[in-house]
Design a protein around this ligand. Sequence first.
Ligand SMILES: *Cc1c(COP(=O)(O)O)cnc(C)c1O
Length: 221
Amino acid sequence: MDIKANLLAVKKSFQNPECKLIAVSKTKPIEALKEAYEAGIRDFGENKVQEIQWKQPEMPTDTRWHMIGHLQSNKVKYIAPFVHLIHGVDSYKLLKEINKQGKKIDRVIPVLLQIHIAEEETKFGFDKAELNEMFADPDFLTLSHVQIKGLMGMATFTENQDQVRKEFRGLNQLFEELKSKVLPPFVQLEEISMGMSGDYLIAQEEGSTMVRIGSAIFGAR
Ligand SMILES: *Cc1c(COP(=O)(O)O)cnc(C)c1O
C-alpha cells in the first residue's frame, strides 16, 4: 500500500482544493499513520476512544485527533484533554457531558453536531426537531466549554448517487438555515464534515469543507 501515492491521488482529485482532509486511520497500525504524517498529513480520524488513546502518545505532538465515530458519554473524559474536534455529537446529553468534562480541565472543546441525513435508522444524529428543542432550552445558553464549529453527516450506504447528493444537499441547506439564525456566540458554524472514500467528490460539490477519507488512503480495512 503506497500511502503517499494514494494521498497525492486523492488530493489531486479534489473538486475543492480548500476542503480539509481528515485521514481516517481507524484499525490501521501506527506505522501507517507515521507514513501519512511524513507525507504531510496532520489530521487523523479515529472512531474508538481506546484506539485514539493508545495512538495519541505514539504520534508527534502536532498531530490533530478527530473523533469521528459514535461517542459514549462515559468515555468523553479520556479524550477531552487533547481531541482536536469531535465530529459525532449526536445528542444534547452528549454535548452536555463534553461541556462538563471541558469545564473540569478548563478547556473549550470544539465539536460538530451530527445530523441524521441517511435513510438507515441505524445511523446516528440529530433530526431537525431535536436540534430546535436543544436550541430552545435555556440551559443551552449556559454551555461554556464547548464550541460548535459546524455539522457532520453520513449519507446512506447506496450505489444511488442521486440519493447521496440529495442527502448532502439537505445537510448544506440545514447548515445555511442555521447560519441565518440567532444562536449563542459559542456556535460558530464554519465546517460541514461530509464525504468519505466513496462519496467525497459529490460531498465537495455539495459544499463539504471537511472530508473523512480512510480506505482510499490506507487501503481496505
Ligand atoms: C470509517 C469512517 C470514515 C472513512 O470511511 P472510508 O470509506 O474508509 O473512507 C468516515 N467517516 C466515519 C464516521 C467513519 O466511521
